[in-house]
Design a protein around this ligand. Structure first.
Ligand code: SF4
Length: 236
């Protein structure tokens, strides 16, 4: 079990989660005004395929593959018109290419059979697509403008724990905790802010606390920890 920074936040007098979440979002939004999805896509279908391909690999790697891929596969039928091995060759560089090709083809079948070839916007419909788990469904729904949950990836999980926003380890439980405190209007951008902050500043092994704009709000800061009686408001 990860150390609980929820209690640590109280001990350091940083305030409750609900009180800190607004300033955390505001500061990160200024710091990472360019935070957005790094995958490149031009349609809901390309978005869905990109997110499915992004499992266990980097967004840069996916973008390298999808450039030529999306020239060839433009609609759901195109993915089913070739043998699976041909699609596997096209996505080989993203890893786990057999499972991914199978899931993509299965998804295309369901899209054609049940959704007129369109990518649905509702989370429950997205979750019916083969190989589409909650994280993928949340990313797609949010990018389509219908955020119905909060994406929890490795960065969101680590930062939510470090910021004392959750005590949980399980992504579904972390998402539930975040949904209770993050304003609904911020459900789509909040994960992007944490992901970019995680990549640029709050690295898993070497967080750059001295450069961090939310350090005064963070119970796991590596800078000298003040006592609860210290006035942190002056720094916030
Ligand atoms: S203060 Fe340090 S641990 Fe806290 S969010 Fe910033 S970089 Fe991460």
């Amino acid at each position: 079990m990860a150390r609980s920074y929820v209690r640590e936040a109280r001990r350091r007098g940083l305030g409750r989660r609900r009180e800190r979440i607004g300033p955390i979002i505001e500061r990160l939004a200024v710091e990472h005004a360019d935070a957005t999805i790094a995958l490149r896509f031009r349609s809901p279908l390309e978005l869905l395929v990109s997110v499915m391909l992004s499992a266990q690999t980097t967004d840069t790697n996916v973008n390298r593959v999808t450039g030529p891929l999306f020239q060839k596969y433009r609609k759901p039928e195109d993915y089913l018109a070739v043998p699976q091995e041909e699609l596997e060759r096209g996505i080989y560089a993203t890893g786990f290419f057999r499972q991914k090709a199978k899931a993509i083809r299965g998804t295309m079948r369901v899209l054609l059979e049940e959704f007129d070839g369109e990518v649905p916007g509702r989370l429950e419909d997205l979750l019916r697509l083969p190989g589409v788990a909650r994280k993928t469904a949340n990313v797609v729904a949010a990018e389509l403008g219908h955020a119905q949950g909060i994406v929890v990836d490795t960065h969101v999980r680590r930062l939510s724990q470090r910021l004392g926003l959750t005590r949980q380890e399980d992504p579904v439980k972390i998402e539930r905790d975040l949904q209770r405190i993050v304003p609904r209007a911020d459900w789509a951008r909040f994960p992007h802010l944490l992901i970019w902050h995680g990549r640029r500043i709050c690295d898993a092994r070497r967080p750059l606390c001295e450069e961090c704009v939310i350090e005064p709000l963070c119970p796991s800061s590596r800078l000298v920890a003040p006592r609860a009686s210290d006035d942190r408001d002056g720094r916030a």
